[in-house]
Design a protein around this ligand. Structure first.
Ligand SMILES: CC(=O)N[C@H]1[C@@H](OP(=O)(O)OP(=O)(O)OC[C@H]2O[C@@H](n3ccc(=O)[nH]c3=O)[C@H](O)[C@@H]2O)O[C@H](CO)[C@@H](O)[C@@H]1O
Ligand SMILES: C=C(OP(=O)(O)O)C(=O)O
Length: 455
């Protein structure tokens, strides 16, 4: 069994998914309603933030996804009790934090990227942090140099000769002046989670300002932190002596919402995404509209539907917020295979995020990936050295195939492609999808998808 399949199986087990292979009979529009709860990219970090407090926190709208399971395991290893107190409600009690043994956290290695964010909170609480090998989607090298450089600036000592990474802070952590080489989401969160309890003021330049980061800042403010978000990606954090637990409803998962929207478009369907909000999806909605997709914004969600007329091609560049998010491009590309003409997607955030297109090509899509990017006069984002571009020419009829999911968003795209295709597809490694899409099997059934499972 390869390591990707092992990861997929571990993720599937965490959410009680019984089979890792789904057989889909495609060609049927997805129609109906799905509910979207808290964001994977916020809820997991809110759980880490609970470790900074000296009293329990209460997190609402926590999605039932395997990454939440991984963070629950990490917190448990450090003596933080995580109790489900209602549907999607967690009580996180950090009052008995203790030093974990490395083997306890190593058991969670390779399943998620979140363990890296434990560094600051653990250094504050225990003076030591042990970080196992990180997981997450294999969409590029994903180095952690910005994280380590920032932690060193706070006064941490990083020892990589250990089994994973071991950090200590013999003289405590002090506020620092940090400028990120790129507005990394994770590194910005690393700085926030460390600076709030560090002695003195931290100035962070070139910070990421994704909605999930703003929601994390809101949580930290509820806990007692002093954080000012200034113009031009600058964040000031005045360290405080102690933080208390929070009560917070997690921001909705805009990546899941955008994924279902693309599924509606690709399958000629009509999906009401309950819980989706316009504000955090504005950039996505503009592209969705340019492709020809229709949407109606309601108080309690957004209805996304196919116009009934041919879809139009589009040129998209992924970028940091408020740009078009990299996690949205994979599901959208499936819809673009059905648009009339030549679309181009420039991926500027990760260097290897088009691997999933191989399966789409096998299903009949006309996609060419340019591994060194593609010059274009319409470019908005200055070219990054790691850029790639995908050229999609449509419309192409998709046909069923046997495909293996490479990563989370690529995996969801494979599901949509199989649902769009005529005939039967077998999609394996679906456990990876449960890293970020809660109850996706039940949701597909509610939307009228025709599928069964294979052992
Ligand atoms: C759990 C989570 O929230 N995951 C999201 C987070 O990932 P994550 O926080 O890992 O993504 P980053 O924003 O840090 O990465 C962006 C770019 O910076 C590079 N980089 C990052 C850190 C570092 O130390 N050195 C470095 O070179 C990465 O390789 C990548 O090319 O933001 C990404 C970009 O919106 C999303 O696709 C992920 O869904
Ligand atoms: C890349 C993603 O997640 P992670 O950073 O957890 O791998 C994603 O959510 O698409």
């Amino acid at each position: 069994m390869n390591s990707l399949t092992k990861d997929a199986q571990k993720a599937a087990e965490r959410v009680g998914l019984l089979s890792d292979k789904i057989v889909i009979n495609g060609g049927k529009p997805l129609k109906g309603r799905v509910d979207v709860r808290g964001a994977k990219n916020l809820a997991t970090k809110a759980m880490v933030a609970a470790l900074l407090a000296d009293s329990p926190s209460h997190l609402l709208d926590v999605p039932d996804i395997s990454d939440v399971g991984v963070v629950t395991g990490m917190l448990g290893a450090y003596g933080v009790s995580v109790t489900k107190v209602g549907e999607g409600e967690l009580l996180l009690d950090p009052t008995n934090v203790l030093k974990a043994q490395f083997h306890e956290i190593d058991a969670l290695a390779g399943s998620s990227r979140i363990p890296i964010l434990f560094c600051g909170p653990l250094l504050h609480r225990l003076g030591e942090a042990l970080i196992p090998d990180l997981g997450g989607c294999r969409i590029g090298d994903r180095p952690i140099d910005f994280h380590m450089d920032a932690l060193r600036a706070f006064g941490a000592i990083v020892d990589k000769s250990y089994e994973g990474i071991r950090l200590t802070a013999p003289n405590g952590l002090k506020g620092a002046n940090i400028e990120l080489p790129y507005p990394s989401v994770g590194a910005t969160e690393q700085v926030l989670l460390t600076a709030v309890l560090a002695e003195g003021v931290t100035e962070l330049k070139n910070a990421a300002i994704e909605p999930e980061i703003m929601d994390l800042i809101a949580i930290l403010q509820k806990m007692g932190a002093i954080i000012n978000v200034e113009p031009n990606r600058v964040i000031f954090i005045e360290g405080v002596e102690k933080l208390e637990g929070y009560t917070h409803r997690a921001l909705f998962d805009r990546n899941e919402a955008a994924s279902w929207a693309s599924a509606a478009l690709a399958t000629k369907g009509d999906i009401f995404v309950a819980g989706a909000k316009q504000q955090e999806l504005m950039t996505f909605l503009n592209i969705f509209r340019k492709v020809g997709g229709k949407f109606d914004i309601h108080e309690d969600g957004i209805r996304f539907y196919h116009p009934g007329t041919p879809l139009k091609p589009v040129v998209v560049e992924t970028d940091v917020h408020p740009g078009f998010m990299t996690d949205w491009q994979q599901p959208l590309i499936v819809a673009l295979t059905q648009a009339e003409g030549r679309s181009v997607v420039h991926e500027t955030v990760y260097e290897n995020r088009f691997g999933f297109t191989d399966a789409l090509i096998e299903m009949g899509a006309d996609i060419v990936v340019h591994k060194d990017g593609l010059e274009s006069v319409t470019r908005r984002v200055p070219r990054r050295p790691l850029e790639q571009a995908a050229v999609i020419v449509g419309p192409t009829a998709l046909h069923g195939a046997d495909v293996e999911i490479p990563d989370l968003r690529g995996g969801f795209s494979h599901l949509i492609a199989a649902l769009t295709a005529d005939g039967t597809s077998t999609v394996s490694n679906i456990g990876l999808i449960s890293r970020g899409y809660e109850h996706f099997i039940d949701k597909l059934a509610d939307l009228g998808a025709d599928f069964s499972f294979e052992d």
